[in-house]
Design a protein around this ligand. Structure first.
Ligand code: AMP
Length: 194
């Protein structure tokens, strides 16, 4: 029998501090697909003195989102690279409804669609605790206490509509984000079948 390889085009949703980055890296490795973190891409883009770099840095430092057209262009270019032919995992995108709609349009143009939309769910108090801990450990400027509050608020205001969008179209699968990284990984493996 000819074995058909499963295609994985995954997006990971969930609030800051949900453990998306760690799980994204593990899933991407296991599935043999590129891990595309828009947050990492933005942090890499602030080096330099261009107006664009400054605009991105201002957004990052204040915890705000960078403008939709900018991030959509970045993702569009990235997922058309040859390594994404075998699938991809998007971590941190889409974060707004227009981004989610732009992604659907782009994938339709490429005659492709998402295979998995996973959302990490966990209580706000736990998120705050984890973000404060990460801020102390990694020194990330956007994990400072006032910025944490802002990022969580932005998540509620702008990113919740994204989960609703996928839920309405029957694509959203929720993952309990409480527990150890290994426990969460096991839950994801069950959903992905891998
Ligand atoms: P993250 O590491 O995913 O929390 O992203 C860090 C920062 O990068 C965010 O607070 C935003 O300023 C920016 N960023 C990352 N992904 C997006 C996105 N999809 N839309 C807008 N801004 C983004």
């Amino acid at each position: 029998m000819v074995s058909v390889k499963t295609m994985f085009r995954i997006i990971l949703l969930g609030p800051p501090g949900a453990g998306k980055g760690t799980q994204a890296a593990r899933i991407a490795k296991r599935c043999g697909i590129p891990h595309i973190s828009t947050g990492e891409m933005m942090r890499a883009a602030v080096v330099g003195k261009s107006a664009l770099a400054k605009q991105i840095k201002a957004a990052l430092d204040s915890g705000k989102l960078v403008p939709d057209p900018l991030i959509v262009e970045v993702v569009k270019a990235r997922i058309q690279k040859p390594d994404c032919k075998k699938g991809f995992l998007l971590d941190g995108f889409p974060r707004t409804l227009p981004q989610a709609q732009a992604l659907d349009r782009l994938l339709a143009e490429l005659r492709a669609s998402l295979t998995h939309v996973l959302e990490f769910v966990l209580p706000e108090e736990e998120l705050k605790r984890r973000l404060l801990q990460r801020g102390e450990k990694e020194g990330r400027s956007d994990d400072a206490p006032p910025v944490i509050e802002k990022r969580l608020k932005i998540y509620k205001d702008q990113t919740r509509p994204v989960s609703d969008f996928y839920r309405r179209s029957g694509r959203l699968q929720e993952i309990d984000g409480l527990g150890s990284m290994d426990e969460i990984e096991r839950r994801i493996k069950i959903v992905l079948g891998k």
